[in-house]
Design a protein around this ligand. Structure first.
Ligand SMILES: Nc1ncnc2c1ncn2[C@@H]1O[C@H](COP(=O)(O)OP(=O)(O)O)[C@@H](O)[C@H]1O
Ligand SMILES: [Mg+2]
Length: 427
């Protein structure tokens, strides 16, 4: 089977590595990929949202399956694009339809979906540009902290949490009236603040059946002790100790099952991953958001713990026979540390030469913002590498991941030294 992976991050390097090892995989391509994926597959210079280019490539290379990593092509309808064309519809796209991708593409849609299916989530109200006065009135009627969310995709920057009413009012005006996030904030969801510990749960579904993948915790802020600006993610750990059987049983019965059943009832075609961002509020799970793909860097700790071949799992989505597949998860702990270019998530330099990219039995290096230049591998993005270690306990996994982090180098390398420390303190 010939497979195309879409995307260029660490998440896609993990997918590519796993597909490369599958006995069922013949030719393997990544669009556009990075220096890491180019060593095990062929990188194709195509943008993830260039559907026509991707479709032409798939036809000329006889691609059987397309794995979509990032959200943008899904929200723009890549699965529908393939399904609508006679010559493309046999190519199996792993990723939901445009209607399914609305779970991530519109916070208002996802809140209404949860409400329709009685899925626990924070109370909310949505306001459009024309309803600014009602929105301000609503803010004055609730107590803080105030959670304001741009409805559309905003690259992880569209959520503002305000301590005071004054800040919240100012932010709402900026979002609705001054289009702070462009079109994405032409609608704003105002939510009740949930106090608890966050956790991410991952599900693979064919739209009727599902498999629960290992859960993970990620670290979003640039600075140690969760301080400073938000990033795409600076590290992740899987599993998370408070996600014990009784908690996960609640997650399955109150959230996962109603989500899959809700999609089926609403006849939303969904063949792919669902990432459920959860808040554990005193032992009860509440949904913070859905994403319609795997997370990055969560994939770098979730998939290394899954030992099953991914190809038959993905293939079974097409025939809605995921229930006949087995998903085997290792009983160990994985930790990943993300190494970034100095200055990220603000301005940073590209083109620094990376040394120490050697394979080791103790850790795996996944590449993200890297490129080949004059025979060398250089930095080409903010998040450059993610290094994953595994162990029978968290400290061992962390030691291995940090052994890897300490062995690679470039001019302005930065990474957090405290990934997993909060979980170590709690366990
Ligand atoms: N209702 C809420 N109560 C408390 N914190 C929240 C709430 N909603 C979101 N957050 C915080 O804001 C972060 C971003 O919100 P999220 O809905 O995941 O948006 P996105 O990932 O699209 O930026 C969450 O990871 C969480 O830390
Ligand atoms: Mg989120």
């Amino acid at each position: 089977m010939n497979i195309l992976v879409i995307g260029s991050g660490g998440r896609e390097h993990v997918f590519t590595e796993r597909l490369h090892k599958s006995p069922k995989c013949d030719k393997l391509f990544v669009a556009p990929g990075n220096a890491g994926t180019s060593t095990i597959a062929e990188n194709i210079d195509l943008k993830p949202t260039d559907f026509e280019g991707i479709a032409n490539f798939c036809q000329s290379e006889k691609i059987d399956m397309v794995i979509v990593g990032p959200e943008a092509p899904l929200v723009e309808g890549i699965a529908d694009y393939f399904n609508a064309k006679e010559e493309l519809k046999d190519i199996h796209v792993v990723g939901p339809s445009k209607a399914g991708a609305e779970l991530e593409g519109s916070k208002d849609f996802s809140k209404a979906f949860m409400q329709r299916h009685s899925i626990p989530t924070a109370a909310y109200a949505t306001f459009t540009k024309d309803q600014l006065d009602e929105g301000l009135k609503y803010l004055r009627s609730i107590i803080g902290p105030y959670v304001l969310k741009a409805d559309g995709l905003a690259a992880g920057k569209g959520v503002i949490i305000c301590e005071t009413l004054e800040q919240a009012e100012k932010s709402l005006i900026e979002m609705l009236k001054d289009a702070k996030f462009g079109d994405a904030s032409s609608k704003v969801v105002i939510e009740e603040f949930l106090k608890g510990i966050e956790l991410s749960v991952f599900v693979l579904t064919d739209g009727e059946n599902y498999k629960i993948l290992p859960e993970a915790k990620d670290y979003k802020r640039i600075g140690e002790g969760d301080t400073g600006l938000n990033t795409g993610g600076m590290g992740a750990i899987s599993p998370v100790h408070f996600a014990n059987k009784s908690f996960m049983d609640k997650v399955e019965s109150k959230i996962i099952k109603p989500t899959i059943d809700g999609l089926a009832k609403e006849q939303i075609d969904y063949k792919g991953f669902i990432f459920i961002g959860l808040m554990n509020v005193g032992g009860e799970p509440y949904v913070i958001e859905y994403n319609v793909r795997m997370g990055d860097p969560e994939t770098q700790v979730v998939l290394p713990r899954v030992t099953s071949d991914l190809v038959p799992l993905f293939e079974s989505l097409k025939s809605k026979s995921l229930n006949k597949q087995k998903l085997v998860v290792e009983d160990n702990i994985a930790a990943t540390v993300v190494l970034v270019a100095g200055g990220y998530p603000e301005a940073y330099k590209k083109g620094n030469s990376i040394s120490g990219l050697k394979a080791s039995d103790n850790y795996t290096i996944y590449q993200a913002g890297t490129a080949r230049q004059d025979g060398k591998i250089v930095t080409a993005g903010g998040r450059v590498l993610a290094i994953t270690g595994k162990g029978s306990h968290l400290q061992e996994a962390l030691n291995k991941a940090y052994e890897g982090a300490n062995s690679v180098c470039w001019d302005d390398i930065y990474y957090r030294k405290d990934i997993g420390q909060d979980l170590l303190a709690l366990s």
